[in-house]
Design a protein around this ligand. Structure first.
Ligand code: PEP
Ligand code: MG
Length: 581
């Protein structure tokens, strides 16, 4: 048995036989060709480039139909590189002048580009280097005259193990047969991870080298919750995970019956239970799981997979699709929260030492007003006849909020002048995710229609702990009394002023914290779509009084460990059916 620790990239547990996707296709048969065969070699290169271009165009169309335009756009980047006349010229001259074989020219050139990307010290560009490897693979296969082995055409269930899967390979996986994916490289914010999540395929990435120790057909357990991969598990481990799978399946069957029931406490207090989404197609999961609406639409994901900024029409289509699908349920669209760990195409002023404290989120939008206005126009246009709300992220000062509202007003005026319709009463809200916003909330609250507490960032900024840094992960605790006091202050201030407040950080989707948050006075929680049923079940199991008792008790505690231990016991007591292991 071999246990590997990687990065949990897409939740869920899966057990299956290993299918190793190796790099055997990348084989260079020979490095040089004879002088008198160079023209033939150039022709061979052209033919391969044409074949790959056709193949990619077909893939782009197929993926666009299957998963939507953003995913199709992943191929646009590949196609653009492939069609770049500079690349073609460079390859031709390596063959003509240096007598490189077509394979060697392709491989050496694309790998050199990839290396430059990797060395640029930008996570976004480093991840884009995978697109170049993807292109290299495609061209080498084209030159070998071999049909691409379609991972899409699997005929039996498998756990895919690879050094790396490109986003395009991941987007084409056949959900019916792919139990899970594991890659040696990659990060949680890579396209591959995002696409896996979108397809609800459990995934662990960044395990480090291990493929040499696995054989095709080995039994592999993938624990996408803990980021663990177990190869050739012993009998006891296998039985334990099989039991977990079985329990999860039967719990899921039971939870599915809650879809049309309200998220209401046992004594009849209605909680608005909405979902957080990154991509428009996730609305299907929101509806299937019985969410009351979309509490947070992270629109910056629209930028991932695009090789240029989305147009107003692309923004508009995405927002309209979500609003239409949610059939009148409220949808909160958050304006761009790019930067820090979510890189996009907006220009940054060079590299930053502390990107989470740098030019991110609303700061970036206010620096790029033209792009910001494009998005605001699209949201306003999509609001006609829909239940949309607009929210600004990471507000730290009143000045920022006012500036953002000014840009919004300009966008409104432009639309008025153009005679374009929009919802003039669209509610405007802000994320409360900086301690500064909490401390000044009595002022902010007069200038917004609602607030949403972003506990992911509020925790990192309160405790000075980077939310993505493994080294300090043990210090990152939303249950720290300092964070809880800030949340409590927000809820009291908002309730006093009758301004609706919600929590949309990961904390709200954790069963452990739901009772506490409701007890503090929150009546709206926004969680990941897959978590909606569990949280609903918990809410239906408890009374408001129980939640209030929990909150009173917890707010006297001095330490996150004490809070967590107490809340764990409360869950075991009130909702034992959802406690695994
Ligand atoms: C948060 O910070 O809690 C939040 C919901 O925003 P994000 O996770 O996108 O930063
Ligand atoms: Mg945030």
């Amino acid at each position: 048995m071999q246990v590997l620790q990687g990065i949990a990239a897409s939740p869920g547990v899966a057990i299956g036989e290993a299918l190793i996707v190796g790099n055997e296709d990348i084989r260079i048969p020979r490095h040089f060709v004879m002088r008198d065969t160079v023209e033939r070699e150039v022709q061979r290169l052209h033919r391969a480039m044409n074949v790959v271009e056709d193949e990619m165009t077909r893939d782009r169309d197929a993926v666009t139909i299957k998963l939507g335009e953003q995913y199709g756009a992943i191929f646009a980047a590949h196609l653009q590189m492939l069609r770049d006349p500079k690349l073609r010229k460079e390859l031709e001259s390596l063959i003509r002048d240096r007598h490189y074989s077509a394979e060697y020219a392709v491989s050496s050139t694309l790998r050199r580009y990839a290396k430059v990307f990797q060395q640029l010290d930008s996570q976004y560009l480093a991840e884009r280097s995978h697109d170049l490897f993807d292109l290299e693979k495609g061209l080498l296969r084209g030159l070998a005259g071999r049909q691409r082995e379609h991972l899409m055409n699997l005929s039996s269930p498998a756990v895919i193990l690879a050094k790396n899967l490109t986003p395009s390979e991941t987007a084409k996986l056949d959900r019916q047969f792919v139990r899970a994916i594991v890659t040696e490289v990659g990060g949680a914010s890579s396209h591959t991870a995002i696409v896996a999540k979108g397809q609800e395929i459990p995934a662990v990435v960044g395990t480090g080298c291990f493929l040499a120790d696995v054989s095709g057909g080995d039994i592999v357990i993938v624990d996408g919750e803990q980021g663990k991969v177990i190869v050739r598990p012993d009998k006891e481990t296998l039985e334990r995970y099989q039991a977990t799978l079985e329990t999860q399946r039967s719990t899921a069957r039971h939870l599915a019956t809650l879809r049309d029931l309200p998220a209401e406490t046992a004594d009849g207090v209605r909680i608005q239970l909405t979902a957080n989404i990154e991509f428009p197609y996730e609305v299907e999961t929101c509806l299937a799981r019985g969410a009351d609406g979309v509490g947070l639409y992270r629109t910056e994901f629209l930028y991932l997979g695009m090789d240029c900024e989305p147009t107003e029409e692309q923004h508009f289509q995405a927002y309209s699709q979500v609003a239409r699908a949610m059939q009148g349920r409220p949808v909160t669209i958050r304006t761009l929260d790019l930067g820090a760990d979510k890189m996009g195409l907006l220009p940054k002023q060079g590299e930053e030492d502390n990107p989470f404290l740098g030019l991110r989120s609303i700061r970036l939008s206010l620096r790029n007003v033209a792009s910001f206005r494009v998005q605001l126009r699209a949201i306003l246009r999509a609001s006609v006849g829909r239940n949309l709300r607009l929210m600004f992220p990471m507000i730290a000062t009143l000045n920022e909020l006012r500036k953002a509202k000014m840009v919004l007003n300009d966008a409104r005026e432009d639309l008025e002048d153009e005679g374009v319709d929009f919802d003039r009463d669209i509610p405007i809200g802000m994320m409360v995710e900086t301690p500064a916003a909490v401390l000044m909330l009595d002022k902010f609250i007069r200038e917004v229609d609602f607030i949403s507490i972003g506990t992911n960032d509020l925790t990192q900024y309160t405790l000075a702990v980077d939310r993505g840094n493994r080294e300090v992960a043990d210090l990152y605790r939303p249950s720290d009394p300092a964070v809880l006091r800030l949340i409590d202050h927000c809820v009291r201030t908002a309730n006093q002023e009758n301004v609706p407040a919600s929590v949309c950080g990961e904390m709200s989707g954790s069963l452990k914290y739901a009772m506490l948050l409701i007890g503090m006075g929150l009546r709206s929680l926004s969680v990941s779509p897959a978590t909606v049923p569990e949280v609903k079940q918990l809410i239906r199991n408890v009374t408001l009084e129980q939640c209030q008792t929990v909150a009173r008790r917890v707010l006297t505690m001095e330490d996150a460990n004490e809070v967590d231990a107490f809340l764990r016991e409360e869950i075991k007591r009130t909702t034992p059916e959802l406690v695994f292991g």
